[in-house]
Design a protein around this ligand. Structure first.
Ligand code: ATP
Ligand code: MG
Length: 560
């Protein structure tokens, strides 16, 4: 059996999952079928992206397939809005699933299997309250207490279970439990609950059911029904594995196997859907796709690319131990991809007016600018130039230090793709603030040359005052000031560490070509950062989200 490995450049050693697969291939079991099993109770985040890349990536590498399975066993928290968002995000990341399934599709089969367990005297209806069940479960060192209902006859259990399904009982009145071992050192093996009564309609099955399977009863069996070969989940599920295997063994069904890897954690980020929902509901952010969120939809809106996220997931690898990845690593891959694909434009964030005194009044010309020095095919564009321009306020210093190569009195600087200008005069208002620079340009210095061949080190960006367009730039920063907002002392909540400057909105002046930019378009504003046109772009006044700065500045700032 040959290993399908098209176009994958082998740069790193095999991860433990690839090793396992290659061992099975060598043993004559080449089939690889993975699944990505989100619960539709929120939007996908970058941790899910890691899991998606892993599941789809493994299948692709070994010529297998991946199913998308919605783990929709809890109607209280789930919604079809989330189902649609999840599908959109998986596709956007660049993956197509083989089968689309729902755990709820298997409710009938799961019910039948519960009856099978009852008949084998391996499951019973328990009349204890949730509270009693919790109390009698014992602790890691103390065995649990068996339920007084544990020895019910199969007939009685079948009857009660059917009546649970028929809706005769109220929420919490009874549960179905597996009969395993109340003294097991693994707490999950102490007669785990299989079904609970929830009188809530389900987004797919409507009012058909009022008993819903627990995660453990649904997950492994769903894997088995689909004949999943490698059921990959995060580390905290390793204690569930004995139960996963127990059900498969007792039901005598297809033996899927569960494998665990370390979940992805990122600095300055919370990732649990419960916390993300809290951020949305409390209005801290403007929605699941607020560009400060770690969700895939937020990253899309902010201007991250699928290729960058995939490269990041690949680099992070597959660990067996929990760790926290530096947010800077993700940003590194975003910059690397955008540098290749984003066209350059000029935008001035903090404008200072420059009057070019020897440039004829009323004249204007087009300066030819390169769209992307990294990609010749991106071509060139014309940018209007005239007597009055704006430059960045911090590209001028009245009293500069020695190695300052930008503009200062008497010195020369090159305007990006344009002329050399020399500063002759600084105009100030009464308070002493600089309001304008009077400069002279060298008419022979256009297009990167100068009349006498003199070389100038500094190059600064600019926009024509008359032609520039006002735009909104949303300068995003990390949402939390704490490196690990999940690591809290007594009495603290993650909301105590919100960064008050996670969003700073600025009016910027951009070159006129940007008026026609469409939502999702990505640019590098030269010397400023990468920006993406927002999805609710204003008419005539574009809104740009700062995707990422040009250089890593956040870690320095945070350490201040
Ligand atoms: P959360 O705890 O963030 O709410 P979850 O695990 O409940 O996430 P699910 O929808 O159940 O979310 O997860 C779908 C799949 O994604 C699971 O296989 C889960 O293990 C995986 N996954 C979730 N979070 C991460 C993460 N941070 N890193 C890697 N995989 C993850
Ligand atoms: Mg979950």
């Amino acid at each position: 059996m040959s290993i399908v490995n098209e176009g994958v450049e082998e740069r790193r050693p095999l991860n433990f999952l690839e090793e396992i697969i290659e061992v099975s291939i060598a043993a004559g079991e080449p089939r690889v079928l993975t699944r990505f099993p989100p619960e539709p109770n929120g939007y996908l985040h970058i941790g899910h992206a890691k899991s998606i890349c892993l599941n789809f990536g493994l299948a692709k590498k070994y010529g297998g397939k991946t199913n998308l399975r919605f783990d929709d066993t809890n109607p209280v928290k789930e919604d079809v809005e989330y189902v649609d968002a999840i599908k959109k995000d998986v596709r956007w990341l660049g993956f197509e699933w083989a089968g689309e399934y729902y755990a709820s599709d298997y409710f009938d089969q799961l019910y039948d299997w519960a009856i099978l367990l009852i008949n084998k005297e391996l499951a019973y209806v328990d009349d204890q309250t949730q509270e009693e069940i919790r109390r009698t479960r014992g602790t890691v060192t103390v065995p649990g207490v068996e339920s007084p209902w544990r020895e019910r006859s199969a007939e009685e259990n079948l009857d009660l279970f059917a009546r649970m399904k028929a809706g005769e009982f109220t929420d919490g009145e009874r549960v179905l439990r597996a009969k395993i071992d109340m003294a097991s050192p693994n707490m999950l093996m102490r007669d785990p609950i299989l079904y609970r009564i929830i009188h809530v309609p389900h987004h797919r099955t409507g009012n058909k059911w009022c008993i819903y399977p627990m995660y453990d009863w649904a997950h492994g069996q769903s894997d088995s029904i689909e004949r999943i070969t490698h059921s990959i989940c995060t580390l905290e599920f390793d204690v569930h594995r004995p139960l996963y295997d127990w059900f498969i063994e007792k039901l005598e069904i297809f033996p899927s196997h569960q494998y665990e890897f370390a979940r992805l954690n990122l600095t300055y980020t919370v990732m649990s859907k419960r916390k993300l929902l809290q951020l949305v509901q409390s209005g801290v952010v403007c929605g699941w796709d607020d560009p400060r969120m770690p969700t895939i939809s937020a990253m899309r809106r902010r201007g991250y690319t699928p290729a960058a996220i995939r490269a990041f997931a690949d680099r992070v690898g597959v660990a067996k131990r929990d760790n926290v990845i530096d947010l800077g690593l993700l940003e590194f891959f975003v910059r690397e991809d955008l540098n290749k694909i984003a066209e350059r434009r000029m935008a001035v964030v903090d404008p200072l007016k420059v009057m070019i005194t020897n440039y004829p009044e009323g004249r204007e010309e087009q300066i030819t600018c390169v769209n992307n020095p990294e990609d010749e095919r991106a071509g060139v564009r014309e940018v209007p130039f005239a007597r009055e321009i704006y430059i960045e306020r911090d590209d001028f210093m009245e009293d500069p230090p020695k190695k300052y190569h930008r503009l200062s009195p008497g010195s020369e600087v090159r305007l990006r793709y344009g002329y050399l200008i020399r500063c002759d005069e600084v105009v100030k208002d009464e308070s002493g603030r600089i309001v304008e620079l009077r400069c002279a340009y060298d008419p022979a210095s256009g297009g990167g040359s100068s009349s006498d061949g003199r070389r100038v080190k500094g190059v600064i960006h600019w926009v024509s005052a008359h032609h520039a367009v006002e735009a909104t730039a949303r300068m995003y920063d990390v949402l939390f000031t704490k490196e690990n907002p999940d690591d809290l002392a007594e009495g603290e909540t993650f909301l105590d560490f919100l960064n008050p400057e996670s969003l700073v909105e600025k009016t910027v002046l951009v070159e006129p070509s940007l008026v026609s930019a469409a939502p999702g378009d990505k640019f590098q504003f030269e010397r400023v950062g990468y920006f993406c046109v927002d999805s609710d772009n204003g008419v005539g006044r574009p809104i740009f989200n700062r995707t990422v700065t040009l250089k890593d500045s956040w870690s320095k700032m945070m350490n201040k």
